[in-house]
Design a protein around this ligand. Structure first.
Ligand SMILES: *[C@@H]1O[C@H](CO)[C@@H](O)[C@H](O)[C@H]1NC(C)=O
Ligand SMILES: *[C@@H]1O[C@H](CO)[C@@H](O)[C@H](O)[C@H]1NC(C)=O
Ligand SMILES: *[C@@H]1O[C@H](CO)[C@@H](O)[C@H](O)[C@H]1NC(C)=O
Ligand SMILES: *[C@@H]1O[C@H](CO)[C@@H](O)[C@H](O)[C@H]1NC(C)=O
Ligand SMILES: *[C@@H]1O[C@H](CO)[C@@H](O)[C@H](O)[C@H]1NC(C)=O
Ligand SMILES: *[C@@H]1O[C@H](CO)[C@@H](O)[C@H](O)[C@H]1NC(C)=O
Ligand SMILES: *[C@@H]1O[C@H](CO)[C@@H](O)[C@H](O)[C@H]1NC(C)=O
Ligand SMILES: *[C@@H]1O[C@H](CO)[C@@H](O)[C@H](O)[C@H]1NC(C)=O
Length: 485
């Protein structure tokens, strides 16, 4: 998946690295973030939900690259397994409508019809679809990803990118980390090392296919060990390599919704763990139930409605009928929405929420009627005030901006973040690094160069430049820019 117009890309590379063709000198660039360390706990971390899924199709290499270029703290690949046990980055076990599989007659024979499947204790009836687990990696990688139709997400990129394997994801993450050594924010600081937070999707479903109890966890741990994340080393491995060169290791946070998978990971690895919390695990939303989880995970990440309208309202919203009121009462009842964060923190957990959407989409907090017309700022402030430590966000640039504005003084004094708000104003650093945007954008032509731009964004942080243009000249500018290609 290289750039289609390589000569253009090479020209760009040459321009950037002309001064030293082998090892680029540190380049001073307009950066979006602060430092080479992750923010301290009181400044919440931002997790790029499925990459930068607002601008690009979720879980594609360009979506991950865009998120990295925007200097998000962590990026999230969801993981499912192919028929030949290759972990791949995809949200669903179904391939339609997230890919072009329906338009590919060569895969008709792999279609699943009229079959029931059990996921998260809920039985789904599949009338007609394709399962990732029926495709080998060789077959799966020929499919093209389709952006889910929602809000203003551009459909322009449909059918341009494939589903990445987890190895491909790690490759670009390590490549980016390697490049980070040569890139400085314009205040002279190194850019932060991006954190990685793979999520094991549907562990029990994959265990059943694999034929052993902790099949999925073991498969993913093997994949992680291959990249230096030994199950016996705390949080970070001691040594990571990119193309034979030692690089700083990316922080790694492994997540799952399945309590058994999380507990097994805790029992058998030293990884940092994040457990997703929604109505699938009602027991854990009670006083005694949450206390039982103490020590079994580092993070609890709540569906945000649980901290807003609360668990009973969410149960009602999802029309859940099959839950045991007696059991919940015996466990002390559901924790009140505004008490969940302090209670979880008292038990020693870090607390995160999912998901804060783009300001162009409904907040979907699960309000009983329609959600109030609060702004995204108001929504994030609500959780900042509660002391939430991490946010799954979409609309990465604006999320970073909201955090900067809220914690601005603290961020600046802690990390000497000169120009913390530079992201949303054109600054002279683009000129300082001799980058000619006029020439660059002049060369964008029909159908060919978007990949080069995305690739280039990794080198020069052009993703934020694109967003800068969008902010300054209205949203349509980028769509037009993209639309002309
Ligand atoms: C898909 O895989 C399952 C086993 O996981 C198998 O039972 C089924 O026959 C396969 N379906 C197709 C269409 O190959
Ligand atoms: C699936 O079920 C539908 C409705 O019952 C039926 O019309 C169809 O023929 C079935 N398809 C297959 C492949 O069995
Ligand atoms: C890997 O390293 C070799 C030797 O230093 C170099 O020739 C090659 O271009 C590098 N590959 C990448 C993808 O950086
Ligand atoms: C984890 O270890 C505890 C203590 O040994 C054990 O009781 C529990 O069953 C284990 N859980 C899993 C999922 O392996
Ligand atoms: C509900 O929970 C109570 C207490 O834990 C238990 O005795 C009862 O069997 C449960 N009922 C069902 C239907 O599972
Ligand atoms: C929501 O919008 C309506 C009309 O645009 C306005 O009247 C109302 O005050 C707003 N509510 C809040 C809570 O901002
Ligand atoms: C940037 O590129 C444009 C178009 O190629 C050119 O007209 C302009 O002179 C260049 N600016 C600089 C500072 O080199
Ligand atoms: C733009 O394309 C032209 C023609 O291919 C080339 O001469 C020029 O160097 C390119 N400019 C940039 C900035 O890549």
């Amino acid at each position: 998946m290289g750039p289609q117009n390589t000569s253009f890309f090479n020209t760009l590379l040459f321009q950037l690295f002309a001064a030293n063709a082998q090892v680029p000198e540190p380049i001073t660039l307009f950066g979006t973030s602060t430092n080479d360390i992750a923010p301290e706990p009181e400044i919440p971390l931002l997790f790029g939900h499925r990459g930068d899924k607002i601008n690009l199709p979720e879980h594609t290499i360009p979506a991950y690259e865009m998120a990295m270029a925007s200097a998000i703290d962590y990026i999230e690949p969801d993981l499912v397994l192919t028929k030949d046990q290759v972990p791949v980055c995809f949200h669903d076990i179904f391939l339609h409508p997230g890919t072009d599989v329906k338009e590919r007659p060569e895969f008709d024979h792999l279609k699943t019809t009229n079959r029931t499947i059990k996921l998260r204790d809920v039985t789904h009836y599949i009338t007609s679809n394709w399962l990732v687990s029926n495709f080998t990696w060789a077959e799966l990688k020929t499919l093209r990803v389709i952006q889910k139709a929602k809000g203003i997400r551009p459909k322009y990129f449909d059918r341009m990118f494939g589903i990445p394997s987890f190895d491909e994801f790690m490759e670009i993450a390590h490549r980016y980390t390697w490049k980070q050594q040569f890139i400085r924010n314009y205040d002279g600081r190194k850019r932060p090392i991006i954190g990685l937070m793979p999520e094991l999707k549907h562990a029990r479903y994959h265990d059943a296919i694999g034929g052993s109890q902790h099949y999925m966890v073991e498969t993913i741990v093997k994949a992680l060990e291959k990249w230096g994340y030994s199950r016996n080393e705390k949080a970070k491995p001691s040594r990571c390599l990119y193309n034979g060169t030692e690089i700083p290791c990316n922080p790694m946070l492994v997540q799952a919704l399945d309590p058994v998978a999380v507990e097994y990971l805790r029992n058998t690895t030293t990884y940092q763990l994040l457990c997703l919390m929604d109505t699938a695990n009602l027991r854990w939303l009670t006083y005694k139930g949450m206390a039982e989880m103490k020590g079994k995970t580092d993070w609890l990440c709540f569906l945000k409605s649980l901290l807003f309208t609360g668990t009973p309202a969410q149960i009602k919203r999802e029309s859940l009928v099959d839950w045991n009121k007696t059991e919940i009462e015996e466990l002390g009842g559901f924790i009140k929405p505004n008490k969940i964060v302090p209670y979880a923190k008292k038990l020693g957990f870090k607390v995160a929420v999912h998901t804060i959407y783009s300001s162009w989409e409904d907040s979907e907090r699960g309000c009983a009627v329609r959600c109030t017309n609060e702004t995204k700022e108001q929504e994030m402030h609500y959780f900042f005030k509660m002391g939430v430590n991490g946010f799954f966000v979409e609309g990465i640039e604006e999320s970073i901006k909201i955090r900067q504005e809220y914690f601005g003084k603290k961020l600046i004094s802690k990390w000497g973040m000169a120009g913390a708000n530079s992201l949303f104003t054109v600054d002279s650093s683009a000129i300082a690094c001799n980058f000619n945007w006029t020439a660059f954008t002049a060369n964008i032509s029909k159908g060919d160069n978007i990949l080069a731009i995305l690739q280039a964004s990794i080198l020069i942080n052009a993703a934020s430049a694109l967003v800068k243009i969008r902010r300054i000249q209205s949203f349509n500018t980028v769509l037009e820019l993209i639309g002309i290609m």
